[in-house]
Design a protein around this ligand. Structure first.
Ligand code: SF4
Length: 342
């Protein structure tokens, strides 16, 4: 049984206005993240993963417009005032960024970062409580108390990232969004950080949205996975089920392009993700899809539920009654090229 959702995203849309047109970075996305659950969000760069993570937290840059619902504690975060959102960020909703050095103030000791964070959200804490809580959280990240008074530059990249995670966790958030948290780290440090992140569910019951382009990370650390393509969720389900038997051709292609010990020949998905100002009509993946059928270039796929509650946005899974005559014929390569140029 799925855990109680901490956050429910319903029909979320995030658009940016640009001189060349409107970028539909997140287009009608729905998903739940349960208490103590780790949901991996994967897909190529430019598919809207980071925008979705920030849209959930209400941390969008100026000029972005969001619509739909992000339900947290019975309230919709979309359209909530900046002041109220700021109050929730930290004690309820946390974000771990990719580049820790750009987030840590180089002239402040680690101790001061913790003091500032805790005092902002829990002003009633005594100096002793503040120190105890900070050291306890840092200790869980493997940072000893002797380093509490040091400056960010005195730590390695991996340690700085652990400090950032500790800073996010010291407030015990209910939901944490980690955006590519291990991208710039070596594999050993990456494994340590992932271990820490996936232990969060036991320690704090935190729900975690882990954004990454690395499927190996998801296989190791996540309960469920959502595969994002061109601003939409292509497939979502139990991580083991999805990896064992991907239902969406894009998931299959992503898995084939992942290097593992069994890799004999490197595969890359032909083409690149579409421009989100003017994405391909009907199924957005059809210009690149090896299984594309005639219907895929004509009609929007309709989300289907398949075994074990998995969701898939692909005509291969029906509904058959909505596929017109001849719709299941393979889409010819020439037609793919024409659709690509259109
Ligand atoms: Fe491929 Fe068609 Fe499914 Fe899109 S709807 S992923 S083009 S088979």
């Amino acid at each position: 049984m799925s855990p109680t959702p901490v956050v429910s995203v319903r029909d979320l849309r995030v658009y940016y206005g640009t001189p060349r047109g409107t970028v539909r970075a997140v287009d009608h996305v729905s998903l739940d993240i349960g208490e103590g659950e780790v949901l991996g969000l994967v897909g190529e760069s430019g598919c809207g993963k980071s925008t979705l993570g920030r849209g959930i937290l209400g941390l969008l840059p100026e000029g972005a417009v969001s619509d739909g619902e992000v339900l947290y504690g019975g309230r919709n975060l979309v359209g909530m005032g900046a002041k109220e959102l700021r109050r929730l960020r930290g004690p309820d909703l946390g974000l771990i960024f990719q580049e820790p050095m750009t987030r840590l103030n180089p002239v402040m000791r680690i101790e001061d970062h913790f003091r500032e964070t805790l005092q902002q959200h829990e002003p009633g804490l005594s100096a002793r409580e503040l120190r105890t809580r900070s050291l306890e959280t840092l200790g869980r990240m493997g940072i000893p108390p002797t380093r509490f008074r040091q400056y960010p530059h005195e730590f390695s990249g991996g340690m700085r990232q652990r400090i950032m995670i500790a800073l996010a966790l010291v407030l015990r958030p209910k939901l944490l969004v980690a955006d590519e948290p291990t991208t710039s780290l070596d594999v050993i440090v990456e494994a340590q950080i992932l271990g820490i992140l996936s232990d969060l569910r036991q320690t704090f019951g935190t729900a975690l949205l882990l954004i990454t382009h690395n499927l190996g990370i998801v296989a190791e650390a996540c309960d469920r996975v959502a595969v994002m393509y061109a601003g939409q969720i292509a497939e979502e389900g139990d991580a083991r089920d999805v990896f064992a038997d991907p239902a969406h051709p894009y998931t299959r292609e992503l898995l084939r392009s992942t290097i593992s010990l069994e890799t004999e020949e490197l595969h890359s998905i032909p083409g690149s993700p579409p421009n989100l100002i003017d994405p391909p009509r009907a199924c957005r993946f059809h210009p690149r899809c090896p299984s594309a059928m005639v219907v895929c270039a004509e009609r929007n796929p309709i989300e289907q539920r398949i075994a074990h509650g998995r969701r898939v946005l692909c005509w291969l899974h029906g509904p058959e009654e909505l596929i017109p005559d001849g719709g299941t014929e393979p889409l010819e390569r020439e037609e793919i090229a024409v659709a690509d140029e259109a």
